[in-house]
Design a binder for this molecule. Structure first.
Ligand code: ZN
Length: 412
């Protein structure tokens, strides 16, 4: 009698929730759900740098090669590549923008990247032609703007991360706030040029990309589409510019893995922060985020920028040791993990490919398994629970959390 009462009550609640939140439920249900857990390591800003970067990168990749997934593939770094830095002396002399290229002018780091590709511990992905706006940079140089004094006084190599933050955007002009988006024509030629260089350097075009400083707009997405880019890496939102006070303007403010834009490109989302040099994340906090992603049958996408590994030797050692610990914990505690690079996940989501292919060294791996119905229901409930506070409260209030909890616990 009591059981029947509760069943009737819960079914009425579910019917009411359906009427209220139908479109949310349908959109959430249509997202991808994974039986295998893809584990991605996204690392922005690799590119021109001091020769010691090559040594640091080799240490990092050596550690990754020790970790194996359920098909015996090594952990793999998706290295978000910056292809050039400004040639400051030449810009000073001519007043025009000139570049120093990764492959020709920084052969040591370029060779280390190539080695990682061959060993299947690194896949390059286009970040930007450079990590700044070239035209704006050349004009500031001519005006002897004090914001470029470090760049102009460096002889051999210079770190763009030392530029004022608004000047680090690539697809915007950040000389004055609010930032100005570059024109559609400039975007087209910049992206085409970058893709040309990228393909020349790495032997295959970049199928996916991530914009420097997460700043891009529709024109940039269209330019990417013209270069056959099928997937866009995000932090769960898109920023189109920065306002008068430097605040990022989000549009759209919320992106889920597998969402597509109007150019049929698939969005990917970073959901685990491991940036230890910032002092905000630890291996444990990153693992807690990875576990939440796993419960929701989502890919685990770890964000860990180059600067964690290219500052002091001590910071680098700690960052590598922490990532090692994080990957060990993920391998031990999460079942059926699959190490993947971002363009591979993008291709899978677009075409449900029969194999996972590393386009840069031609190695093939088995395809990914998607979640079956029972696991999918549990993960769907977790997604509602983690994302929508009101729904979680209603679950507690009506007692619906009891059957939901049972499904979640027995399905993952
Ligand atoms: Zn960057």
């Amino acid at each position: 009698m009591v059981v029947l009462f509760f069943l009737g009550f819960w079914l009425t609640c579910i019917a009411a929730l359906w009427l209220w939140k139908k479109s949310l439920f349908i959109a959430t249900w249509r997202e991808p759900y994974f039986a295998d857990t893809p584990v991605l390591i996204e690392s922005d800003d690799w590119g021109p740098g001091g020769d010691f970067h090559a040594e640091r990168l080799k240490q990092l990749l050596g550690m990754l090669s020790q970790h194996k997934d359920s098909v015996n593939r090594s952990a793999i770094l998706t290295a978000d590549m910056v292809l050039a830095v400004p040639d400051v002396a030449k810009i000073d002399a001519t007043g025009q923008y000139h570049r120093r290229m990764l492959d020709k002018d920084f052969p040591t780091i370029y060779a280390a990247l190539q080695l990682g590709i061959q060993q299947d511990t690194l896949v390059p992905q286009l970040h930007g032609m450079e990590h700044l706006n070239g035209k704006a940079f050349a004009e500031l140089c001519q005006q002897q703007d004090p914001r470029l004094s470090t760049a102009r006084s460096s002889i051999d190599w210079w770190d763009w991360e030392k530029l004022d933050s608004p000047l680090q955007g690539h697809y915007v002009d950040g000389r004055h706030l609010p930032t100005q988006a570059i024109s559609a024509e400039d975007a087209q030629s910049l992206v085409a040029n970058a893709m040309n260089y990228f393909t020349g350097m790495f032997g295959y075009p970049s199928l996916s990309t991530v914009a420097p400083c997460y700043l891009w707009n529709d024109d940039i997405e269209q330019s990417w589409q013209q270069q056959n880019i099928i997937a866009i890496q995000t932090a769960g939102y898109r920023c189109t510019g920065r306002d008068q006070t430097g605040h990022y303007f989000q549009d759209p403010p919320l992106i889920r893995v597998g969402n597509t834009n109007r150019f049929e490109q698939t969005y990917l989302v970073r959901n685990v922060m491991y940036e230890p040099v910032d002092g905000k994340n630890t291996p444990n906090s990153a693992f807690a985020e990875a576990e939440i992603a796993y419960r929701q049958a989502l890919p685990v996408s770890i964000s860990t920028h180059r600067y964690n590994y290219t500052r002091s030797a001590e910071e680098c050692q700690q960052a590598i040791a922490g990532l090692d610990q994080l990957l060990t914990q993920i391998s031990v505690d999460l079942p059926n993990i699959r190490f993947l690079a971002s363009p591979e996940l993008g291709e899978f989501l677009q075409h449900q490919t029969d194999n996972i292919r590393n386009r840069f060294n031609q190695r093939l791996w088995p395809t990914l398994k998607l979640a079956r119905i029972y696991r999918k229901i549990g993960a769907f409930l977790y997604r509602l629970y983690y994302r929508h506070k009101k729904l979680a409260l209603i679950g507690y209030f009506t007692g619906l959390f009891i059957p939901a909890w049972l499904i979640c616990k027995t399905s993952s």
